[in-house]
Design a protein around this ligand. Structure first.
Ligand SMILES: Cc1cc2nc3c(=O)[nH]c(=O)nc-3n(C[C@H](O)[C@H](O)[C@H](O)COP(=O)(O)O)c2cc1C
Length: 239
């Protein structure tokens, strides 16, 4: 099994500890590739829209982005982590997600994404972990992923792992171990099911792409949908 981890911070703090606890169970049998932000994607999207209009390889940052994209596509499980910064995911995480706008369903979703599983791990001092997770989940669901498990933690005392009360640390440890146990059970099995919401979103985008392709057969997204066979009867979740 292949796991990709995208860390929304380079700091080896609480988020890092939670992610390490989650990965413990997988270390022996899974191939784990980790990316740390902003190191592995230090640039912001400039809004040139080249990725959408001309293709993802024309992005000024494609050197960074396509390394992460290749790893995402070959992974069985995607793990995304972020502390809450001012009630949201870190800006580094948002900067990466912006670069993947071309992967959204209204553009050129990757067929591989539809049957993947993902885990989002966020935490905060008092409030914001849920909205940080939502920032990430929004992209993953529009990439076509149905099976997304979310863990959100509230520290409520300190933001340094070593300074947390023993009881709090062991509660968090138990929660991460339970989460990895649950996920390891399903991840070594068959690919994830595609839920109704994802299918409806896909069919709505298909309608849009059908009309775009008819009006301009050279439009990049429409051409991609036609090439995948999605404007006909082929669906990304059917082998
Ligand atoms: C810039 C910044 C903004 C933060 N904003 C929030 C916030 O809005 N709500 C909150 O509960 N915690 C906030 N925190 C605390 C973090 O969510 C987190 O709990 C803390 O950074 C520990 O995690 P880490 O060791 O992985 O960085 C903030 C921390 C930083 C550095």
């Amino acid at each position: 099994m292949k796991i990709i981890v995208i860390n929304g911070t380079e700091k080896h703090g609480v988020t890092y500890r939670l992610k390490e606890l989650f990965l413990e169970r997988f270390r022996e049998n899974a191939e784990i590739t980790e990316f740390y932000l902003p190191k592995d994607c230090p640039s912001f999207c400039s809004g040139c829209t080249n990725c959408i209009l001309k293709g993802e390889h024309t992005c000024k940052d494609s050197g960074y982005i396509q390394i992460i994209a290749a790893s995402l596509l070959e992974s069985d499980l995607i793990v995304m982590t972020s502390p809450a910064y001012v009630m949201h995911a870190t800006s580094s995480m948002k900067a990466l997600l912006d670069h993947f706008a071309y992967l959204w369903m209204p553009h050129r979703p990757a067929p591989e994404m539809f049957t993947k599983r993902a885990v989002i791990i966020t935490q905060c001092l008092g409030a914001g972990a849920k909205s940080a997770a939502k920032d990430i989940k929004h992209s993953l669901s529009w990439w076509g992923i149905s099976d997304i498990t979310v863990f959100t933690g509230k520290l409520m005392e300190d933001i340094i792992w070593e300074k947390l009360a023993e009881k709090k640390r062991s509660q968090l440890t138990d929660k991460m171990h339970r989460l990895s146990k649950k996920l390891s059970g399903v991840c070594y099995g068959k690919p994830s099911n595609v839920n109704v919401i994802t299918k409806i979103k896909f069919l709505f985008c298909r309608m849009m792409q059908k009309s775009l392709h008819k009006n301009d057969p050279e439009y990049t997204d429409g051409k991609y949908w036609a090439k995948q066979g999605w404007l006909g009867k082929t669906r990304p979740w059917r082998a």
